[in-house]
Design a protein around this ligand. Sequence first.
Ligand code: 5GP
Ligand code: ZN
Length: 115
Amino acid sequence: MTDCIFCKIAAHELDADIVYEDDDVIAFEDMNPQTPVHTLLIPKKHYDNLSDDVDEALLGTLFGKVPLIARLKGIEESGYRIVANTGAHGRQTVYHLHIHILGGANMPISMGPAD
Ligand code: 5GP
Ligand code: ZN
């Protein structure tokens, strides 16, 4: 996808603070962090989101990297939250599948009311 910002980050065409990279996935710091640690983990291959017929093996690879990213960010012991906003009601804003890895402080107990 030529006009996708996360595809551009994956292709090193757009700058990002990269935490981890291999052939299949790349993790980089969110440009607008919501928590002390806020890292995004994406597949290099473009999928809009979890509902885009994502290859299950790739999903395993992607989610399987979460503990490694948490370790690299120093939050594996203290704990963290992962979020995958999906579609309009999920308040997804960037339509390239991504997992938010959030930590470094206690997460809110409640998500707050839906609207
Ligand atoms: P979403 O709302 O789709 O779940 O999350 C998209 C996330 O991507 C947001 O937290 C936003 O701050 C982050 N983001 C959007 N554009 C860029 C960018 O160009 N670079 C980086 N590093 N993060 C971005
Ligand atoms: Zn993309």
